[in-house]
Ligand binder design. Structure first.
Ligand code: CA
Length: 250
């Protein structure tokens, strides 16, 4: 069940475009309290009570125009269908670096350490004050913005690293030479792991809408990229064909 609801929109508030928060919490009362507190601070909040819905939403960022790509995730641990620790682990494995603040009733040192080890950025034990929550959110967003600014030049997924500014790609520790189009294609893919791209979308993003030619061009470039990235190009691990749709990365 997809039940994403908008926060109480307050048109008088200035909404910072970098202050979108996804709140994943299955306790109605806590969820409502957090929404009120964050909305008052000017954050745009979407909520879901279900782990699977949260994961789907976070994995499908960038698909379609109605997307809600959060700048921060507030994540409860005990959730229906998929628990918070698994969500954290999966997102980090897939290269998603959105900051995650875990809020949990499990407050033991072991729980907190485990949460941080699977990729949470901060951990708040219930019960907590709304003041502390909003302060932690602010700090996390500030830290993240700073690290994104300083690290945006490197994008990596598993054994592939792409250095945007230097137009350089390293695979399994070794430098590979890509043509400008191959580089652009890889840059697009690596920014959205698991996202499925149609040939038409790839042409539009990489070659531009004025491109004259057919979608075979994409297939040819994918084949070249596979030869450079994959251990075994005929059994790709990175550039995967999605029959009937197009390609995905990872
Ligand atoms: Ca819960």
């Amino acid at each position: 069940m997809l039940s994403l609801e908008n926060s109480h929109a307050n048109s008088d508030l200035h909404i910072n475009p970098h202050n979108r928060i996804l709140l994943v919490e299955d306790e109605d009362l806590i969820r409502e309290m957090i929404v009120v507190a964050l909305s008052e601070e000017g954050y745009e909040v979407k909520t879901t009570a279900n782990g699977r819905t949260a994961l789907n939403l976070l994995q499908n960022q960038g698909l379609g125009s109605s997307e809600f790509a959060p700048d921060l995730v507030i994540l409860d641990l005990m959730l229906p269908e998929i628990n918070g620790l698994d969500i954290c682990r999966l997102l980090r494995y897939q290269g998603n670096i959105t900051p995650i603040l875990v809020v949990s009733a499990k407050g033991s040192e072991t729980d907190r350490v485990l949460g941080l080890e699977v990729g949470a950025d901060d951990y708040l034990t219930k019960p907590f004050s709304m003041r502390e929550l909003t302060a932690r959110c602010r700090a996390l967003l500030r830290r993240h913005r700073y690290s994104v600014q300083t690290q945006a030049q490197v994008q990596s997924y598993r054994e592939v690293q792409l250095f945007t500014e230097e137009c350089r790609v390293v695979v399994r520790g070794a430098e590979v030479n890509l043509s400008p189009k191959e580089f652009k294609l890889l840059e697009l893919f690596i920014g959205y792991p698991k996202r499925v791209w149609s040939r038409e979308q790839l042409i539009e993003k990489v070659w531009g809408i004025d491109f004259v030619g057919d979608s075979k061009t994409v297939d040819v470039h994918i084949r070249w990229l596979r030869e450079k990235l994959e251990l075994n190009p005929s059994q790709p691990e990175y550039l995967i064909t999605v029959r009937g749709f197009g390609y995905r990365f990872g």
